[in-house]
Design a protein around this ligand. Structure first.
Ligand code: 13P
Ligand code: SF4
Length: 301
């Protein structure tokens, strides 16, 4: 551990704080996290932790979810400008309008959404539990899934359910093309391809595994293959290499970099703990409604 990493760990201990980090953040931040996980694990950890302070090394919607799940804790997001362009592709007014057009549908929002959009939704999901959550809904029930169209189409392809897909996408995963994957496969013909469900449908059709960041990590660990093509954000490579030193991981494209996740540096975390800013809060009425959708998800996860 560097002296700065040690200093941050001490500041966390002094303030009864924990650091939650997503697999996409910088490796030096991942290294000192109390919990390193996918968005579901991080939401569960925020809800169950006894710490007084949660420092979130992730993006804004994740810190908002932590604030709603644990209103008694102080939630710090070291870079308040670390957003998620996918989350910004749905707004509450448009969801309300669609609810009028589809009064019988269940509105299922991906956690990559704003608190306002969650407040207009019936239930949330993450990439690791979307299939499980959809199976808890009555079989004939129409579902609107938002804001990620690719995740929605993936759920349709696996379950055959009647789903209306909101036309949002993650610009990072959307940038991965069939040509990129085919080029990797030409170079590494034996390598299986693991992809995140935020990728385009034609890309997912080439995948040996479609799953969340945690599912990709599990697959990479369990497969007998020594070379694996990775179709998600490059931050996951640090965790993959750490636990599988004998294997080679091939990023499916150099475009798989989320600049928002990369914003949070050790300097930002140190400053945030020093100043106890920026604190993420959600207005009470929105938080109450959004928490219902989050709680419904956590109950069945
Ligand atoms: P996970 O649900 O796999 O953590 O993914 C979150 C995310 O932001 C993917 O781009
Ligand atoms: Fe949002 Fe995509 Fe970045 Fe995930 S990778 S935080 S969905 S922009």
């Amino acid at each position: 551990m560097t002296s700065q990493q040690k200093k941050i760990r001490k500041m966390l201990a002094d303030k009864d704080g924990i650091l939650l980090a997503h697999f996409y953040v910088r490796p030096e931040v991942q290294e000192i996290a109390d919990v390193l996980g996918d968005s579901l694990v991080l939401a569960q950890s925020a809800a169950s932790s006894d710490a007084k302070v949660i420092v979130f090394a992730g993006v804004h919607f994740m810190a908002q979810s932590a604030a709603m799940l644990s209103p008694q804790k102080t939630i710090l997001l070291p870079r308040v400008d670390a957003g998620c362009p996918l989350a910004d592709m749905a707004d509450a007014a448009s969801v309300r309008k669609m609810r009028m057009e589809e009064p019988d549908a269940v509105f299922m929002s991906y956690v990559n959404s704003t608190a306002e959009v969650k407040a207009e939704s019936d239930i949330c999901c993450t990439s690791s539990n979307a299939l499980k959550i959809i199976n808890t809904l009555p079989p004939g029930k129409k579902v609107v899934m938002l804001p990620d169209g690719n995740l929605a189409r993936h759920v349709v392809s696996v379950t055959g359910r009647q789903i209306i897909a909101w036309e949002g996408c993650c610009p990072v995963h959307q940038a991965l093309t069939v040509e990129d994957v085919e080029a990797c496969k030409r170079k590494y013909p034996q390598a299986p391809f693991a992809a995140h469900p935020e990728c385009r449908q034609d890309v997912l059709a080439l995948a040996d595994l479609v799953g969340s960041t945690s599912a990709i990590i599990r697959f990479a660990h369990e497969t007998k293959a020594n070379e694996i093509i990775i179709g998600t954000e490059e931050g996951i490579l640090a965790e993959l290499q750490k636990h599988n030193p004998g294997k080679t991981f091939i990023p499916a494209s150099p475009a798989l970099v989320c600049i928002d996740m990369k914003k949070i540096t050790l300097d930002d975390i140190e400053r945030s703990l020093d100043t106890m800013q920026p604190v993420i809060t959600v207005p009470r009425d929105i938080a109450l409604a959004a928490k219902k959708a989050l709680d419904r998800m956590l109950e069945v996860s």
